[in-house]
Design a protein around this ligand. Structure first.
Ligand code: NAD
Length: 276
């Protein structure tokens, strides 16, 4: 049985992970970590998540529970993840990191620690999104340089950045397959007299409305046909399920820095050379 600790256990992702961890075969919740001063420290994490008592007390002392777990799942804030990394590195514990907003130097620390321990780091753990990245890369390579690529994403009205990180990731996948540098060929929306569309451009369009959780479409159009790859996120459940799958996977790795493409075996699928 793989023993899992969850950092940020009282947060939105943390509570979802606590609720789902027992559904992943072979995983067992072993510890629940929150920040110093959190009002619910000392409470039973099961009670806190509405699951009934689990006999696991919410603590802020990761070092103290290091003997209790094999993998730490961390969905917190960047500085907390950096501190947790140091503790996990000291105890040679594996990590699954979902926290976003990491600085370049924090990323470098993660990469350095991964020489000694196995870490899965992914900005998006949703399984369908990761499959879409690969499908977009393959479709771009096969359709080739003459295809027009437009990426349309839709999110709730509260989202403050655009385009979404996932849309940019899809753009990167297409650009990589076609041997282009995304920064050199991206357009963001259109207005006015724009002139004819150049084939090499990759354009992003962002919709912000209501409570849309997150939709992404990569549209490939040639003169005679149109292919659309669409992913729709319905709830945060996808991220939690992906992170739990990553935990089961990373438990069997000794060291190295991995992402969800590795966990899902997608790196083993070859992308054909781009059609000229
Ligand atoms: P949240 O604010 O609801 O939860 C974060 C929790 O971390 C809070 O409960 C907070 O008290 C806790 N925390 C802060 N400092 C801590 C510390 N030192 N030790 C332990 N816990 C600490 O946020 P959320 O929506 O759950 O998201 C958390 C992070 O995960 C964000 O960075 C978010 O962008 C990211 N996220 C990533 C994915 C993905 O697929 N990679 C998906 C969803 C969210």
């Amino acid at each position: 049985m793989i023993r899992v600790a969850i950092a940020g256990a009282a947060g939105r992702m943390g509570q979802m992970l606590v609720s789902l961890v027992h559904q992943q075969v072979g995983l067992k919740l072993a510890a629940a970590i929150e920040r110093d001063g959190h009002p619910q420290l000392g409470a039973d994490i099961g009670e806190l998540c509405g699951l009934g008592a689990l006999d696991i007390t919410l603590t802020s002392d990761l070092d103290n529970v290091a003997d209790d777990f094999d993998v730490l799942i961390d969905f917190t804030i960047a500085d907390a993840t950096a501190a947790n990394l140091a503790i996990c590195r000291h105890h040679l514990k594996k990590m699954v990191i979902g926290t976003t907003g990491l600085s370049e130097s924090q990323r470098q620390d993660i990469a350095a620690a991964a020489h000694h321990m196995a870490i899965v780091l992914a900005p998006n753990f949703a399984i369908g999104v990761n499959v879409t990245f690969k499908l977009a890369e393959i479709a771009a390579a096969i359709l080739g340089n003459e295809v027009d690529v437009e990426i349309v994403e839709a999110h709730h009205r509260h989202k403050v950045d655009a385009p979404s990180g996932t849309a940019l990731g899809l753009g990167e996948a297409v650009a990589r397959a076609l041997g282009r540098n995304l920064a050199d060929v991206s357009d963001y929306g259109r207005s006015g007299v724009t002139g004819e569309r150049a084939h090499e451009r990759i354009a992003f369009h962002s919709i912000r409305a209501g409570e849309i959780v997150g939709d992404h479409t990569v549209l490939f159009a040639t003169e005679g046909e149109r292919l659309e790859l669409t992913h729709r996120a319905q709830t945060r459940l996808n991220f939690a399920e992906g992170a739990l799958r990553a935990s089961a996977w990373v438990a069997n790795r000794e060291a190295g820095l991995f992402d969800m493409q590795d966990v899902l075996g997608l790196t083993e699928i070859n992308v054909p050379a781009a059609k000229k």
